[in-house]
Design a protein around this ligand. Structure first.
Ligand code: NCD
Length: 337
């Protein structure tokens, strides 16, 4: 894909060479995301960070990524504080925001809304999650994390065995991740969910068509046996017509030290897009796994910054200019990995 000026709406836009390009730019940007160096390459640029649904990681990491490249961020965090409540169409909002920003990131509760918005936008738009449809940048940071974590044990994404666990019906993070994994060879995906929350047929058939070995199960112990990665997810209660229906699925699939130790390999990596629901009735990842070095959830969240920096640098066409304004940092920073 030609990143320059492109909207990033779906993970389907990426092929393997695009992913390699993105990851190599991310490597180049690590000194900046780790606060060893500063660059001002996007000085003067403005990001419109439009979040019409709750978000902590995605919103802040997009904003931090833009700031770390020297750009400024303007944001709306609630539909109630934007003109959408006055009946403004997404397309009008897009026209207006394009006049104020150089690039827009948008999260919205309706499937397809970000694409609709992008049609009226004069600046590139990045999908920060549209309903239960897609979350392409989450898939990219997940894939980057998977590659890094596997490398420690001299493994690659080709040959990966992964368990996707939880709400596979509504979880946009697993939708985008499953699609991107189909670009790799020899991949086995164990889909573990309650019957009613299975991965929708369109994603399933894309996986099978591309040669991914898929096993479906409702049983956590069985599904996590022999995998390299266990990818836990939250029951997406906000997507249920009747919220009280979500309650019956909470806590059905929760990972703890005992289940992990009995069924996983010693170096099986645990991931989760976060937020994990830590309330007692859900408790997707028990606190008794906190000390486990294979718990990669916070390394995964950290990777969101560098991947989003790389995406901005590519879409705004500044990859070759990053070094021009580079200097060492001058303030105290905590040690990062
Ligand atoms: C995910 C999302 O919003 O889809 N969170 C995130 O962006 N890291 C997953 C979730 O909310 O469960």
């Amino acid at each position: 894909m030609d990143f320059n000026g492109s909207h990033i709406l779906s993970i389907d836009q990426f092929d393997r060479s695009d992913i390699e390009t993105l990851f190599s730019v991310a490597e180049k940007l690590e000194p900046y995301s780790l606060r060893k160096k500063v660059t001002r390459v996007l000085e003067g640029a403005i990001l419109g960070n439009m979040f019409f649904e709750p978000s902590t990681r995605t919103r802040i990491s997009f904003g931090a990524a833009f700031n770390l490249l020297g750009g400024a961020v303007r944001e709306t965090t609630e539909i109630g504080s934007s003109s959408l409540v006055k009946g403004e169409s997404l397309r009008d909002t897009a026209q207006v925001l394009s006049g104020y920003s150089d690039i827009v990131v948008m999260r919205h509760f309706e499937d397809g809304s970000v694409e609709d918005f992008s049609k009226a936008s004069r600046v590139p738009v990045i999908n920060g999650g549209d309903g239960s449809n897609e979350h392409p940048t989450q898939a990219l940071l997940d894939l980057y994390t998977i590659e890094k974590e596997l490398k420690i044990n001299k493994k690659t994404i080709d040959g990966l065995r992964i368990a996707l666990v939880g709400d596979l019906k509504f979880g946009r993070a697993v939708h985008s991740l499953s699609k991107v994994l189909s670009l790799y060879s020899n991949v086995t995906i164990n889909l573990i969910s309650p019957e009613e929350l299975k991965l929708p047929p369109s994603y399933l058939s894309q996986l099978k068509k591309s040669g991914v070995v898929v096993n479906e199960s409702e049983n956590l112990e069985e599904g996590i046996t022999g995998v390299d990665i266990v990818y836990m997810t939250r029951i997406q209660e906000e997507r249920f017509k009747n919220k009280s229906d979500a309650i019956k699925y909470k806590g059905l699939l929760s990972l703890n030290k005992e289940i992990y130790t009995e069924n996983c390999e010693p170096n099986t990596v645990i991931m989760h897009p976060l937020p994990r629901d830590s309330r007692q009735e859900a408790n997707e990842i028990d606190s008794d796994l906190m000390e486990n070095p294979n718990l990669a959830i916070f390394r995964q969240a950290d990777n969101g910054v560098v991947i989003r920096m790389a995406l901005f640098a590519l879409v705004l066409g500044v990859v070759d200019k990053i070094e021009d304004t580079s200097r060492d940092i001058s303030w105290h920073t905590s040690k990062r990995h």
